[in-house]
Every structure is written in structure tokens, then in C-alpha cells.
Design a protein around this ligand. Structure first.
Ligand SMILES: Cc1ncc(COP(=O)(O)O)c(C=O)c1O
Length: 434
């Protein structure tokens, strides 16, 4: 190991508190944090010169690969002009052009208005606060609760976390946040009493697939029927496409699979191609118009962040959309997705440690199970994490959701690299479970 890596590891253990990480194990003397030094395409390289496939797109963000020349150039060009300026009362070219491009990805006169913020969580907060204020401004102030699903994950800020349905992220803070009606499946909607329905503002869902729940897929047709149900009951449909947006599911947005247009659409992660933190909440003229009025009417949406519409992030996002267009990225996906699905099916059939496989587009989750009984493993054994650590030796970086192994490579991955990534996961599983 190089002296530089050793030094960085010591400093990391001394000062850096990592997200979603039990720091006790991390700071133990025998644990060596892997330090990423560079990235090119779908390959990440650490400070020791080892290379890995980026199996989870650097936590579900990267789209076209690392160091993409078009996105790098877009960021560098913007940097030569200005890195940041306020969007409070001013504007900037990159944000203006990006707002127009994003609105243009949807049918005319649908999602025409774009509000920029910083990350997935703030995209959700923004949608919920817009929805709450809209109701107040239109004489429906009683509609202030939300319907959200068990297993949902919408982020970690207090409001977004309260919409989430995963205990470890949410239970400690459940006394705070939005008023939420929790349901496990859409069938439960019909059982909600009329008084509850009249108090509901919006229904929020991760369309097609719940990520942090362990890549749990929803039945086909569900999104369309939710849209119809929401319309029948004057309830907003809020789609959280923070994970599914930008081609992950095979179409630009998951909602396109069922031709659904939400009232609010939340985007982040892949918006900048996975280069910089930026989020967008899209909505319609109908919502936007309710906020218009004289200054003293206080209809203004008093919400924002210092880095809203950051020019560097917006330039990166424009670069990413340019790559989608110039490289016909969406057209390249069906054959990659077919390869991904068929190799995954073969491996799951062959390996006794693999249970259920769930896959949508280039997103997959495989449950690790007890090879003899087929039952779930004891989560306390951290088998999923051990398998993912073992996968490093086989040239793959990814992160599990407990004992569900996940793969979500950048769209730029080749079919050969898809095969290598899945192979690495299988080998690592055998290393750990025999
Ligand atoms: C579906 C979904 N919504 C929201 C978020 C929160 O995004 P961020 O981590 O950028 O706040 C995530 C993050 O994983 C997510 O998967």
C-alpha cells in the first residue's frame, strides 16, 4: 500500500463521518477504506491503482460514464464564465436553457414549470410544499396530508423522510414531518374513509420500482390506475423519479411506460449525468398560476436554497441531455437491457444462494437466501455487505440493500461489462457463502 493511501485512510478515520455507515467498524484498525481516485467511463480507480466496474452508478447517479468529454466540456465552459450566481431575483443562461429542455421532454402544456433545488430530498420537499401552498391558495387548506407507500424512500430531510416507509430511516423521527397515510398496496386506497380522502393533498410514489426497499417492482398498469384514482378524488399524483429518471428503466422517465403525467415530478441524481448535485421539481401552469398575485397578497412560493439553479450543475445537465440526443442513448438501451435480464436470469437459476430477482431496465435486485431452505438470511450477519466487499476482488463496486444485491450500472455500460459485473457478483457470493 502506498504511503499516500495510508495517510488518507488515517485522516478519513480521524475526521470524515460517512453517510449510512456504522463508523465503529469503519474506524477499526484492520478496516481499510477504499479511496476512489479517478473515473473513466464505467470504470473507477482507487488510490492503489485498482480498477472496478461502477456497479451502482456511484449511488444511482451516473448515466453516461465518468469523465465524459461532452459533460466535462460543458462544466469547464461554464466554469470559465461563472461557477455560481443567485437565482433569487436573477437568472442565468444554463438554468434558463435547462428549464426549457426539461419541460420539452414532456407533452406540450403538461409539465411546463421547473423549480431547481439541490438533491432528491429537496426536490420532494419542494413538491410537497408547493402542493400544500397550492391547496391553501385555492381554498382547500384542509387537504394537507399525503398518501405514501410502505417500503418507500423519498430522502432524508425531515419532510421527505416522513413520507418514507422504511423503519431504520424513519422510525426515530416519526413524530415529525408531514401527516402521512401509509398504505402497502393500491388496493388499500379503496378502504380509506371519505373524511380521510377529503383531507389528502397528494399521493407520492416511486414509479415502477422502489429502490431503497430492495428494488421492489410494482405491477404493470398500477401507475395508470393510480393516476385515474387520484383524478377521481382531486388528489395530486407526485412522482419521485429521483432514481428512475434519465433512462434507467429503458425510457427517459418511468412514467412514460404507462403514459402518465403527474402533477409534480421530482428529478435529481441522474439529472446532471451524475456529475454535480442538482434537482428539479416540475409542475403545470395550473399549479404555478395559483401562486401569482400582488406582492402583498403573499402568494409567493417562499422556498429556495442558496444553490438553486446553480449554473455549473445546469451546464452539466445540459451536457448530459446533449449526450442523450447525440449518442441516441435511449435507442441503445433495449439490447443492453435484454442482455442484462437474460444473464441475470441464468445466474439466478444457477446459483442456490440467489432467490428472487427483480429487474426493470438497467436496475436489478437479487435477494440472497439460505441455499438449503430458500429462506431469507439473518440480516444481522450483514451477508449482502460482505458479498459486495468480496466483489471488489473481482473488479466490481456496488452496495446492497441489506441482503438484496443490487446492480444499476451507468447506461454507458457495454454488454461485455454487464456480463463481467454479474459474474463478479456470482463469484463474490460463492466466496462468502461457499
Ligand atoms: C427514489 C428516491 N427519492 C429520493 C431520494 C433522495 O435523494 P438524495 O439522496 O439526493 O437526497 C433517493 C435517494 O436514494 C431516492 O432513491
Amino acid at each position: 500500500m502506498s504511503g499516500r493511501t495510508d495517510h488518507l485512510r488515517q485522516l478519513d478515520k480521524a475526521h470524515l463521518w460517512h453517510p449510512f455507515t456504522q463508523m465503529k467498524g469503519w474506524t477499526e484498525s484492520e478496516y481499510d477504506p477504499l479511496i476512489i481516485a479517478s473515473g473513466s467511463g464505467v470504470i473507477l480507480t482507487d488510490t492503489e491503482g485498482n480498477s472496478y466496474l461502477d456497479g451502482n452508478s456511484s449511488i444511482w447517479t451516473n448515466i453516461h460514464g465518468h469523465g465524459h468529454p461532452t459533460i466535462n466540456a460543458a462544466i469547464k465552459n461554464q466554469l470559465d464564465q461563472i461557477a455560481h450566481c443567485s437565482a433569487l431575483g436573477f437568472s442565468n443562461e444554463a438554468a434558463i436553457l435547462l428549464a426549457e429542455k426539461l419541460a420539452g421532454l414532456f407533452p406540450e402544456n403538461t409539465l411546463t414549470k421547473v423549480f431547481f433545488s439541490d438533491n432528491g430530498s429537496t426536490a420532494i420537499e419542494c413538491a410537497c410544499k408547493m402542493a400544500i401552498q397550492y391547496r391553501q391558495l385555492s381554498g382547500q387548506g384542509n387537504r394537507n396530508s399525503f398518501i405514501a407507500f410502505g417500503g418507500a424512500y423519498h430522502g432524508d430531510t425531515m419532510g421527505a423522510a416522513s413520507l418514507g416507509g422504511i423503519g431504520v430511516f424513519q422510525d426515530r423521527f416519526s413524530a415529525n414531518g408531514y401527516h402521512v397515510h401509509r398504505i402497502e398496496n393500491p388496493g388499500e386506497l379503496e378502504a380509506l374513509p371519505p373524511a380521510t380522502l377529503e383531507s389528502v393533498n397528494g399521493l407520492i410514489i416511486e414509479p415502477l420500482i422502489q429502490g431503497a426497499a430492495g428494488m421492489r417492482t410494482w405491477p404493470a398498469g398500477m401507475l395508470k390506475s393510480l393516476r385515474e384514482w387520484c383524478d377521481r378524488h382531486n388528489i395530486f399524483l407526485i412522482l419521485d423519479e429521483v432514481m428512475t429518471g434519465f433512462g434507467r428503466t429503458g425510457k427517459m422517465f418511468a412514467c412514460e411506460h404507462e403514459e402518465v403525467i403527474p402533477d409534480f415530478l421530482c428529478l435529481a441524481k441522474g439529472l446532471t449525468g451524475g456529475y454535480l448535485p442538482l434537482a428539479a421539481t416540475l409542475t403545470s401552469d395550473r399549479i404555478y398560476d395559483a401562486f401569482l398575485g400582488e406582492y402583498e397578497e403573499l402568494k409567493t412560493f417562499f422556498y429556495g436554497h442558496s444553490y438553486c439553479a446553480n449554473p455549473l450543475g445546469c451546464a452539466a445537465a445540459l451536457g448530459s441531455l446533449q449526450v442523450f440526443e447525440e449518442k441516441n442513448v435511449l435507442e441503445s438501451l433495449p439490447s443492453k437491457i435484454e442482455t442484462f435480464a437474460s444473464i441475470l436470469r441464468e445466474v439466478v437459476d444457477r446459483c442456490p444462494h440467489f432467490g428472487e430477482l427483480r429487474q426493470v431496465g438497467l436496475i436489478a435486485g437479487i435477494d440472497l437466501v439460505d441455499a438449503r431452505s430458500g429462506e431469507a438470511l439473518d440480516w444481522k450477519a450483514e451477508t449482502g455487505a460482505r458479498v459486495c466487499r468480496a466483489a471488489r476482488k473481482h473488479g466490481l463496486l456496488t452496495r446492497p440493500v441489506r441482503d438484496t444485491l443490487t446492480l444499476m450500472p451507468p447506461l454507458a455500460i457495454s454488454e461485455n461489462q454487464i456480463s463481467r459485473a454479474i459474474d463478479a457478483l456470482e463469484k463474490a457470493t460463492h466466496d462468502v457463502l461457499g
